[in-house]
Design a protein around this ligand. Sequence first.
Ligand SMILES: [Zn+2]
Length: 161
Amino acid sequence: MIDEMAIVKKYAAHLPVEVNALIRELGLTYFEAPMPSENSGRIHKDGSDFTITVNASEGPQRRRFTAAHELGHYLLHRDLLPDGAHLDRLFNAQGYEEANDGIRPHHEVQANQFAANLLMPATFLRTHYDPAADNYKELARNCAVSSRAMQVRLKALGLRG
Ligand SMILES: [Zn+2]
């Protein structure tokens, strides 16, 4: 039995977090493939085997966030996933594909929070965000996320208006 949280911590200590390598070290299959534009990614369960697929048509920052979101489903919700695919449309207003699985909107919120915590660690931001310089773009580069995602994260942490 691997210590999953120890592996997550190990990867979280190095920015930008290598999400794809983390997913693979946890024993999942990860790949990127073209998907319809309304889809960001999915996690597919086949018995004890899990595969995360991310839409290759999206930009690198978005692919990273999607991968981290799907990993959140694996770590937090894998027992709720039936055999088959859970499909995500992360950035549409619903953020949620009405599906015949056990994943509900609040689980999507949890997966997004997991992704934000993983890619943009609170401790790092509290240490390095400078309100006078408003250096969110620099921090976004450090974390390899979009400037927009960093703005949202800093606001959620109460560091930026
Ligand atoms: Zn999801």
